[in-house]
Write a protein that binds this ligand. Structure first.
Ligand code: ZN
Ligand code: FE
Length: 254
C-alpha cells in the first residue's frame, strides 16, 4: 500500500492510498478537490473511492470536483450524517466491515467532534484514519457532542494495536504539544516528541503519521489515568472521564 499525505487548505491533511496489488486508489476526506486532483495527476493514479470521516466543509468540499474530474466509483461516509454530506453513495455504521479491492476496512464510530463522526481502520495494514477525533498530541473540539462521547471514542481508538499508524485530519501537533507541555511538563517522551515536532515544522515537514504507542506516551487526552497529570490538575481522585473533560475545557481556553 502506497500512501501520499499532503497539506491543503491551511492545515488540512489529504490522504491517498494506492494499492499496487489491484491498482485501486482511495482518498480519505476531500478537503480540497483541486489539490487532490493535482496530486492524482502527479502520481498517475486514478481515484476510485472516497471515504468521508464527518460532514464538516473542510473534509467534504472537494466532493463535487472529484466526482466530476476523476473516475470515482463510490463515495462512502457515515450513515448518521448522510443528510449533511452531499454526494454520498454508500453509508456505513459502527463495526461495519467493507472491502475495497483486496483491502478490508473496519468502521469505528467515534462521536464527539460531530455526533456521526467515524474512523476507518485497516487491520491488515495497521492503519487508522481518525478525521478530527484523535489528533497527534490532541483531540477534536466538541462541536456537537458531549465530552463523555469523545472520551469513549478515544478509548476505543487507544485500544488499537500499539504499532497502528494514525492519520488524522489536521496538522495541529505543534500547538497541541504546547498545551500538552503545560499539563504534563515532566513527561520525557512528550519533551522528545516536541523537539522532533518543532524541527519537522521548521523544515515545513508534516508530523503525521503518529502511532497509537506514541500517543499513549505523549497525548494528554489518552493519559487521563496518569498520576502526574491528575496531580497537576488537582484531580487525583476524579474519574478518568472528569479528567478528560477538564483537559478539553482547558485546551479550549488555551
Ligand atoms: Zn471537523
Ligand atoms: Fe476539520
Amino acid at each position: 500500500m502506497l500512501i501520499e499525505q499532503f497539506l491543503c487548505r491551511t492545515d488540512n491533511f489529504a490522504v491517498l492510498l494506492h494499492n499496487e496489488a489491484d491498482g485501486i486508489t482511495i482518498a480519505i476526506d476531500a478537503p480540497s478537490g483541486a489539490s487532490i486532483a493535482t496530486k492524482l495527476n502527479e502520481m498517475k493514479w486514478n481515484l476510485n473511492f472516497l471515504l468521508i470521516t464527518h460532514h464538516h466543509v473542510d473534509h467534504t468540499e472537494g466532493i463535487p470536483l472529484l466526482k466530476k474530474e476523476t473516475g470515482i466509483i463510490q463515495i462512502i461516509g457515515p450513515e448518521a450524517e448522510k443528510s449533511k454530506i452531499q454526494g454520498l453513495q454508500h453509508t456505513v455504521n459502527d463495526t461495519d466491515i467493507f472491502q475495497i479491492g483486496t483491502c478490508k476496512f473496519e468502521v469505528i464510530a467515534t462521536p464527539g467532534h460531530t455526533t456521526g463522526a467515524i474512523s476507518y481502520y485497516i487491520p491488515e495494514e495497521k492503519l487508522v484514519f481518525t478525521g478530527d477525533t484523535l489528533f497527534s498530541l490532541g483531540c477534536g473540539r466538541l462541536f456537537e457532542d458531549t465530552s463523555a462521547s469523545m472520551f469513549s471514542s478515544l478509548q476505543k481508538l487507544s485500544k488499537l494495536p500499539d504499532n497502528t499508524k494514525i492519520y488524522c485530519g489536521h496538522e495541529y501537533t505543534e500547538s497541541n504539544g504546547q498545551f500538552a507541555l503545560t499539563i504534563d511538563p515532566n513527561n520525557q517522551a512528550l519533551q522528545n516528541r516536541m523537539k522532533d515536532v518543532v524541527t519537522l515544522r521548521s523544515q515545513g515537514k508534516m508530523t503525521l503519521p503518529s502511532t497509537i504507542a506514541l500517543e499513549h506516551a505523549t497525548n494528554p487526552f489518552l493519559r487521563c489515568t496518569d498520576i502526574a497529570i491528575r496531580k497537576n490538575l488537582g484531580m487525583s481522585h476524579a474519574s478518568d472521564e472528569k479528567v478528560f473533560s477538564e483537559l478539553r475545557r482547558r485546551k479550549d481556553n488555551f
